[in-house]
Write a protein that binds this ligand. Structure first.
Ligand SMILES: [Ca+2]
Length: 127
């Protein structure tokens, strides 16, 4: 009887291991995808959270009002071929302006820029 129970446990353990390996093989491609991979080519992407996490919004056009995303951006990735100017108020207003070069990215916006973006357009800030 002892031998029989031992074999039953071994079989169950083997089945569990096989299930784990199978699950890993299926989920591996998803797990290896970086969060910024969600940003399409030729778009300027903004993320709600640090580390390119949370909700994402993107555009290849000027945005005078970020709508739901107003004052929420905490990281960004510029996959366009041109610079982007960020403004702290809608309609490209406010005292502060933030330049992003073509291809630029930052996974951790510091104050006063974190959660403070309200509009953006192509080009550098006017100084
Ligand atoms: Ca945020």
């Amino acid at each position: 009887m002892k031998f029989g129970r031992h074999m039953a446990r071994a079989t169950a353990a083997g089945a569990a291991l096989l299930a784990t390996l199978t699950a890993s093989a299926i989920t591996a491609p998803t797990a290896s995808a970086a969060p910024w991979d969600r940003c399409p080519e030729n778009k300027f992407c903004i993320f709600q959270d640090m580390g390119y996490e949370g909700e994402i919004a993107y555009s290849s056009h000027n945005q005078p009002n970020l709508g739901w995303f107003n004052d929420r951006t905490s990281s960004y990735w510029n996959k366009t071929d041109h610079p982007i100017a960020i403004y702290m108020h809608a309609n490209y207003g406010g005292i502060l302006c933030y330049d992003i070069p073509a291809g630029g990215s930052d996974g951790h916006l510091d104050n006063p820029y974190n959660d403070n973006w309200s509009s953006f357009k192509a080009g550098y800030c006017e100084k």
